[in-house]
Design a protein around this ligand. Structure first.
Ligand SMILES: CC(C)(COP(=O)(O)OP(=O)(O)OC[C@H]1O[C@@H](n2cnc3c(N)ncnc32)[C@H](O)[C@@H]1OP(=O)(O)O)[C@@H](O)C(=O)NCCC(=O)NCCS
Length: 240
């Protein structure tokens, strides 16, 4: 990163920034697309796509990541090679999408570090083609969780604070611990099935706003029926 004075933004490089985005001080943005989002102080975005109403916390490092509408990630988080859905609640100090170095080699440097330090190394170390990490819609990731590269967190799932997530977590599951294990589900099986039909996060914003009384507060049969009725009225063309 080039030298610059404190409080002075680098011009975003090779990036498209929506004029309505709020980009705070000392950020570094390269090869990215930023919608009507908030990019907080000292955040770094590289090769990433940040949707509308997204908030990236202070000191975040976002590399090859995409964030769907209305998701946010707290201060001091690192997120790489990850696709985040819509309305994901991501706490602070997260580590998401970190990959493995080859510990079978005599030197565990990756290709990019080999190049940086020794100035050579193109093709020397095969680039790992790991799958992206996926964070579903309406998820809640507790503080200081670590979710490894290639893991999928299902829609509606909860990851406990400090969890180390090595394996996929099913939709609406609650997983905690190191290594993380599913301890329970947010709702019973039938309710989860019905909510997966509702997929409220795909509705137009005005529809979600109008349904807020059914989306908040503990879910009950009456609310679920209302949500199902609304879902039935939202055509597939209107779904986002
Ligand atoms: C995962 C979480 C939502 C579960 O909450 P809960 O439903 O009230 O869970 P309970 O307190 O009933 O705990 C159930 C069991 O899981 C354990 N547990 C809960 N959270 C845990 C965690 N983060 N790590 C390890 N174990 C955990 C409990 O000790 C308990 O075990 P036990 O039955 O052997 O006593 C909550 O504990 C959590 O981690 N929240 C994240 C908070 C956070 O990071 N907030 C940041 C702001 S967004």
């Amino acid at each position: 990163m080039a030298q610059r004075k404190r409080g002075e933004n680098m011009e975003p490089m090779n990036s498209t920034i929506d004029p309505a985005a709020k980009v705070f001080k000392d950020t570094y943005i390269r090869d990215s697309i930023v919608g009507k989002a908030v990019i907080s102080d000292r955040a770094v975005l590289i090769n990433s796509v940040i949707g509308d109403k997204v908030e990236i916390g202070r000191d975040c490092n976002v590399v090859y990541a995409s964030f769907g509408f209305g998701s946010y990630i707290g201060n001091g988080s690192v997120i790489k090679f990850t696709r985040v859905g819509k309305y994901s609640n991501m706490s602070w100090h997260l580590s998401i999408g970190g990959s493995n170095h080859n510990y079978h080699a005599a030197c565990m440097y990756t290709e990019s570090w080999w190049k940086r330090t020794f100035g050579v190394g193109d093709g020397l170390i095969p680039v790992r083609e790991d799958a992206y990490t996926v964070i579903g819609n309406d998820t809640w990731i507790g503080a200081q969780a670590n979710i490894l590269r290639g893991v999928s967190i299902g829609d509606g799932a909860v990851i406990g604070a400090n969890a180390l997530v090595l394996h996929d977590v099913p939709p609406y599951a609650i997983a905690v611990g190191s290594p993380a294990k599913v301890i329970k589900y947010r709702f019973d099986e039938k309710t989860i099935e019905r909510l997966q039909g509702v997929r409220w996060w795909d509705w137009p914003i005005e529809t979600i706003r109008a349904a807020s009384e059914y989306l908040h507060g503990d879910l009950n049969e009456e609310k679920l029926r209302r949500l199902e009725a609304i879902a039935g009225q939202v055509s597939s063309d209107e779904r986002t």
